[in-house]
Unconditional design. Structure first.
Length: 138
């Protein structure tokens, strides 16, 4: 994703500041953003470069447990690739595999956050979830 070839000088290293670092990281992060829509109970993500990924909005308990109990980032990526393969085909998982890791992590984070919104935040309930029962008055 580098636009032009550039070689830093010793002076560039000596003059590098925390602000320079933050600006560079912000620029990279803004180019790696995932945008999504939800249509027909499917999560559609648009990744940088125009690649579109499709994931289910309804996960089996097995898939949910595998995704949420991953021990590390590598395992999380493996689980999202497995779900992509099952739901949208091996080509989608291969595209994710061949892209920058930031895209995979951002897709995982955005997809997970979107799924959480359908279930309510943490242990709370979403507005559209079942209402608690009121005791019957006699």
């Amino acid at each position: 994703m580098t636009a032009t070839e550039w070689t830093p000088t010793l002076e560039d290293f000596e003059n590098w500041t925390d602000d320079d670092e933050q600006s560079a990281l912000d620029a990279i992060a803004s180019r790696m953003k995932i945008r999504h829509i939800i249509k027909n109970d499917e999560y559609w993500a648009l990744a940088p470069g125009g690649v579109i990924y499709k994931l289910p909005m309804f996960l089996s308990i097995h898939d949910f447990e595998a995704l949420s109990s991953a021990a590390d980032d590598s395992e999380s990526i493996e689980q999202i690739k497995r779900i992509l393969t099952q739901f949208a085909g091996e080509e989608q998982a291969k595209k994710l595999e061949d892209g920058p890791t930031q895209i995979a992590f951002n897709l995982l984070q955005d997809y997970g956050a979107t799924l959480m919104k359908t279930q309510g935040v943490e242990l709370g309930k979403s507005q559209d979830s079942a209402e608690p029962s009121a005791p019957k008055k006699e």
